[in-house]
Design a binder for this molecule. Structure first.
Ligand code: DGL
Length: 273
């Protein structure tokens, strides 16, 4: 008989970026199976309208639900911001990256000034500001859209000292830094890849929050609370599905994580579901 605890954790993102959440899930929950969907054929989500993002997100969830899963994580900063605190499904545990990251930032800040960087859709939604102020009223929040960060990361311009990435990051981050924030939410899956450059500009004292990691920690607590953790002893499997080329995804993962993808990768036609 099927046991719910043995089911996988479903994770989705507009592309490869949600792998930061998978990496953390593999670290803290090594016995769990992960089913990942990366909508690589339709990335970017961050420059699209709310209606389109919601439509894509609903399709991503529907695809994950064709598998045996016990929880869904929307590892995409854009989707998480557009839905705010509303879950995308109510028949199983669900989390986006917004609340876990907002909570982590509220715990980290000492001076009550938090910066948020993300895609245009994320910043326009104002969701981070709302979530932070609900958790910690009177917090000062400054948001900045950094639309050029995703293509920089996709093209591998991530190393500390890279002149193009540094110039762009300085343009975006200077006004955020000028506000005196002591905590910065890297509110898009791709941004943790620019951590070294961002830290260099913001300074060592500014705490950088990676939403994918926070969402993975949150999922752990959630599954624990609901008695849904897998109690087997052998290692879990990662299975990745993408809507565009498998080779390109594998290449991108290598760039993202610095090593080969850990798991099988399959192409899926999401429009045929
Ligand atoms: N995954 C998106 C996010 O975290 C970044 C890429 C996109 O625009 O789709 O916001």
């Amino acid at each position: 008989m099927d046991i719910l605890n043995d089911y996988a954790i479903g994770v989705f993102d507009s592309g490869v970026g949600g792998i930061t959440a998978v990496k953390e899930l593999n670290r803290i929950l090594p016995n769990e199976d992960i089913i990942y969907f990366g909508d690589t054929a339709r990335i970017p989500y961050g420059s699209r309208s709310k209606e389109t993002i919601l439509k894509y997100a609903a399709e991503d969830v529907a695809f994950l639900k064709t598998h045996k899963i016990k929880m869904i994580i929307a590892a995409c900063g854009t989707v998480s911001s557009i839905i705010g605190t509303k879950p995308l499904t109510d028949d199983m545990p669900f989390t986006g990256v917004l609340l876990p990251a907002a909570q982590a930032a509220c715990s980290a800040t000492k001076n009550g000034k938090i910066g948020v960087i993300g895609t245009q859709a994320t910043i326009k939604s104002g969701s981070y500001g709302k979530a932070i102020k609900t958790i910690r009223p009177n917090t000062f929040v400054v948001g900045k859209a950094c639309p050029l960060f995703v293509p920089l990361v996709e093209n591998g311009y991530t190393e500390l000292g890279n002149p193009v990435a540094t110039l762009v990051a300085e343009q975006y981050l200077k006004p955020v830094k000028a506000e005196g924030v002591d905590t910065l939410i890297l509110g898009c899956t791709h941004y943790p890849l620019l951590k070294d450059i961002i830290r260099d500009i913001m300074g060592e004292d500014v705490v950088l929050i990676s939403p994918g990691e926070e969402a993975a920690k949150f999922a752990n607590l959630c599954l624990m609370e609901q008695n849904l953790l897998n109690d087997r002893e052998d290692k879990g499997r990662n299975i990745f599905y993408v809507s565009d080329s498998v080779d390109m995804f594998e290449e991108n993962v290598k760039q993202f994580l610095g090593h080969e993808v850990h798991g099988d990768v399959f192409k899926v036609d999401i429009s045929s579901l």
